[in-house]
Design a protein around this ligand. Structure first.
Ligand code: ATP
Ligand code: MG
Length: 562
């Protein structure tokens, strides 16, 4: 297939890896990790990092670890751990037996902190949080040394041990690295390594009342796992000197940290804090609301792992931050669904249509091709009868020019069936069209000799007595503006939420083949979009989500630019 033949451009990270393989920097090993903090669900930005880390290892015959970065006991929850595992698996990646937790390393991290104290490179500080911040200085002014900085090694060892034993209240002491309060890099101004915090940890329970800070735990975790290339997002660039300082002072195995630009998408917020807010405030139905940019939201909406991986591949990896058009993601989804889904007929907003010259009570089975893109998908039979439903939108009493759908006196083809002609329009007391009365031409059956007769419009339909009622959920973007974070002063980012992002149609009708549709199934509803069966769908109450419409705005952009 054409797509697989495209050679993907290299990126600067691949070039680093290839250079390291050439020089034997890591004895020819490539070992990456994906280190999410289990304080929320994974989103499409994480997918980029997952694809990058697992993709690199796969390409160079290496390995990737999954590591739960659970250093902050207050935010970590088992629910998130489970969801992360499910999502990474669903995306199609395998960490084999290498699922790790930063909390597994607490003992080792403690011993290493003692080592730093013994080297005179760490001290116990009694400044309060506010004071630490104040002493730190700013980008334009140097910091001030803590008055506790010159405690003796013995005193530091004693105090640190007692911090760990729980002798001091929360927040009254910290262990800090002794580096340089005048450094131009604020991260190097005696950063905090440990804080006192009585909080039950999801794995270590109440064993610890001191917890390591992210910067202290992260590099050492990488080191313990013998990671070669520790890939992270750009905001950690300024932390790299500190990452290196710990490994050098501890004299332990040294992975290489490499930063890349995080993914931003138009019409999307990606901060976990904000996503959590949407969930907590009930602005969406949950983490897996199909409008959420989470992996589980996209899964529920009907996105495929293949499409997400393709998207991540196409956007590439760069050093400079940029924002990707969400239309590209939708394009990738459409492209894959076009290949794999069956074309079925569903009428979202039904309008009754009676064929007056078709024998009442007669039912005919007509053949329908499942997927013109895939011969192996075969065909199925669909029932046709004298009473049908078509889309309200497919009829205009007063049609504009070039309207090729149905209008009084006009002819259209009913997909897989016959050509019909609109003979009469039936209205209710207030003048609303409630029924169309049509004639059909028996010589024009699809697939027959008479099929050759051409009419411009083809409509989808369902047979009234055979159709299955369904609820259909149509989604629009969750935010109205391209950059939801960009709001005028004094306004909340949530003021950008699109009040019309969900439309529920409860009176849709689908063809009988969908009667036993299982959650997660995907279809193309002819002419209305790609749909997936929602997790709330069950026998007797079918529910479908519109995954994406048929109109490809990205293809248009590409055409214009190409
Ligand atoms: P948030 O700031 O929303 O909490 P985070 O970066 O803190 O996100 P983590 O769970 O720490 O979330 O992220 C795990 C990994 O995924 C990190 O290596 C991080 O760099 C990467 N990652 C997170 N968001 C993105 C993004 N938008 N694009 C690319 N990679 C990302
Ligand atoms: Mg993080």
């Amino acid at each position: 297939m054409a797509n697989e033949e495209i050679t993907r451009p290299s990126n600067f990270i691949k070039q680093i890896v290839e250079e390291d393989l050439k020089t034997g920097k890591f004895e020819g090993r490539v070992h990456t990790r994906f280190p999410p903090e289990p304080n929320g669900y994974l989103h499409i930005g994480h997918a980029k990092s997952i694809c990058l880390n697992f993709g690199l290892a796969a390409e160079y015959g290496g390995k990737t670890n999954l590591r739960m970065d659970d250093t902050n006991p207050e935010k970590v929850e088992d629910e998130y751990v489970k969801a992360i595992i499910e999502d990474v698996k669903w995306l199609g990646f395998d960490w084999q037996d290498r699922l790790f937790y930063a909390s597994d390393y607490y003992d080792q991290l403690y011993d290493w902190a003692v080592k730093l104290i013994k080297k005179g490179k760490a001290f116990v500080c009694d400044l309060t949080g506010d004071q630490v911040r104040e002493y730190r200085g700013s980008l334009t002014s140097p910091g001030k040394e803590s008055p506790y900085r010159n405690r003796s090694i013995e005193e530091n060892l004693d105090l640190f041990e007692r911090m760990c034993k729980g002798e001091f209240p929360d927040g009254t002491k910290t262990l800090r690295a002794k580096i340089d309060m005048t450094s131009g890099n604020i991260n190097m101004r005696d950063p905090v390594l440990y804080r006192i915090l009585r909080s039950t940890h999801h794995r270590t329970g109440d064993k610890w009342c001191i917890y390591p800070m992210y910067d202290y735990a992260h590099g050492q975790s990488d080191s313990m796992e013998k990671i070669t290339h520790s890939i992270c997002t750009l905001e950690f660039e300024d932390h790299r000197p500190l990452y290196n300082w710990f490994l050098d002072e501890l004299e332990i195995y040294h992975p290489q940290q490499i930063e890349f630009a995080r993914l931003n998408l138009t019409y999307t917020v990606m901060s976990k804090r904000k996503l959590l807010q949407l969930v907590k405030e009930g602005l969406v139905s949950g983490w897996d609301d199909p409008r959420m940019p989470t992996i589980c939201g996209m899964r529920r909406l009907g996105y495929t792992p293949e499409a997400i991986r393709e998207f991540c591949d196409r956007i590439g990896v760069a050093k400079a931050a940029s924002t990707v058009d969400i239309a590209l993601l939708e394009h990738c989804v459409r492209e894959h669904l076009n290949k794999i889904t069956h074309r079925v007929m569903a009428v979202l907003r039904p309008l009754k249509l009676v064929i007056t010259n078709y024998p009442k009570g007669q039912v005919e089975q007509l053949e329908a091709i499942n997927n013109p893109e895939d011969e192996s998908a075969g065909s199925r039979m669909i029932p046709f009868s004298s009473e049908l439903f078509i889309e309200q939108d497919d009829f205009r009493e007063d049609p504009p020019k070039k309207y090729f759908r149905l209008s009084p006196g006009a002819e259209v083809r009913l997909k897989n069936a016959y050509i019909i002609k609109c003979e009469e329009v039936v209205k209710d007391a207030v003048g609303k069209v409630i029924e169309l009365r049509c004639s059909y031409d028996p010589e024009t059956k699809s697939g027959s000799a008479g099929e050759g007769r051409k009419v411009k419009g083809t409509l989808h339909w369902v047979s009234a007595q055979h159709a299955i009622p369904a609820e259909v959920r149509l989604y629009d973007r969750l935010f109205r503006s391209e950059n939801p974070d960009n709001v005028p002063e004094g306004q909340d980012w949530k003021s950008n939420l699109n009040p019309e992002s969900l439309e529920v149609l409860t009176t849709a009708l689908v063809e009988p083949a969908l009667k036993d549709s299982k959650p997660g199934s995907r279809y193309q509803f002819m002419r209305t979009g790609y749909f997936s069966t929602d997790k709330e769908s069950k026998e007797g109450r079918l529910v479908f989500n519109r995954t994406v419409g048929l109109r490809d705005t990205w293809a248009k952009i590409e055409q214009k630019e190409g």
